[in-house]
Ligand binder design. Structure first.
Ligand code: 5RP
Length: 275
């Protein structure tokens, strides 16, 4: 990360949109800078006294570090982490933590995503934390998803496989059932051995191609015995914070703004095709 962005982290409470950001005016932002910008804007939704779901992945990590700065400056929150990595980072930056089983409801969750469609459906689980991420999302009153513009797709599955967490016992039975749904399953591996989740399970990445009905496919995958959780998150985003170069677009579910038009505008900005 360059010095200007380190300076930006240091800006704590400053608005990503309102603050004078020399670096953003001088040059096009890298994808990581877009993630920081989206995280900074997403964190603005957090209010004093709230219980905050803390997502997993690089964008969520940016949000956690920014929240840590706000805590240092006096913000009082408690966090519910979605992974061991997030738990460790949140502790490092001074966020007080509680477990999901200690609470009834979470006020707001900040997380990232691997793909998002204009209907606010998502693919998540690139970091392997999909099961805890989904539980925290389901328990949350407001789900704020921060993404860089590369995550926008017209249909889920176009680029990113759907991660599915499975019990290692009998994973081949699960893989065959996934295959029969038209998903082409591949065990996620690191250095030739299966990737193990925080829940001690495995991840099967399913190349599905573009998904017509994310809610239906999510339900079908979840019905397979041995599936712990599916990385399709149908209707589990309330607010999308999308960073494209040095701009941030905020979309709220149910608001009048036409998300397809925003998708087209942002894919135009990055030279992609329209929805
Ligand atoms: C982790 C996730 C992440 O939110 C997703 O992979 C996006 O990650 P990043 O912000 O690093 O692009 O679902 O399980």
């Amino acid at each position: 990360m360059n010095d200007d962005l380190i300076e930006w982290y240091g800006s704590g409470e400053k608005s990503a949109i309102g603050a004078p950001m020399r670096v953003n005016q001088r040059k096009a932002m890298s994808r990581d800078a877009e993630k920081i910008l989206a995280a900074q804007r997403a964190v603005e939704f957090v209010r004093d006294g709230q219980l905050v779901g803390l997502g997993t992945g690089s964008t969520a990590a940016h949000a956690i570090r920014i929240l840590g700065k706000r805590v240092e400056a006096g913000l009082s929150i408690q966090g519910v982490p979605t992974s061991n990595a997030t738990e460790q980072l949140a502790r490092e930056v001074g966020i007080e933590l509680v477990s999901l089983n200690q609470v009834d409801e979470i006020d707001i969750t900040i997380d990232g995503a691997d793909e998002v469609d204009p209907q606010f459906n998502m693919i998540k689980g690139g970091g392997g934390a999909l099961t805890r991420e989904k539980l925290v999302a389901v328990a949350s009153k407001k789900r704020v998803i921060a993404v860089d513009q590369s995550k926008l797709v017209d249909r889920l599955g176009a680029r990113f496989p759907i991660p599915v967490e499975v019990l290692p016992f009998g994973f081949r039975v699960v893989a065959r059932a996934l295959d029969s749904l038209g998903c082409h399953p591949k065990i996620r591996e690191i250095n030739g051995t299966p990737f193990v989740t925080d829940n001690m399970n495995w991840i099967v990445d399913c190349a599905s191609g573009p998904v017509d009905d994310p809610l239906l496919l999510e339900q079908e995958i979840k019905q397979i015995s041995g599936v712990v959780e599916c990385g399709l998150f149908a209707r589990l985003a309330d607010v999308l914070v999308i960073a494209c170069r040095d701009d941030v677009t905020v979309l709220e579910r149910g608001a009048s703004r036409n998300s397809v038009a925003v998708w087209n505008q942002l894919s135009g900005a990055r030279g992609g095709k329209s929805v």
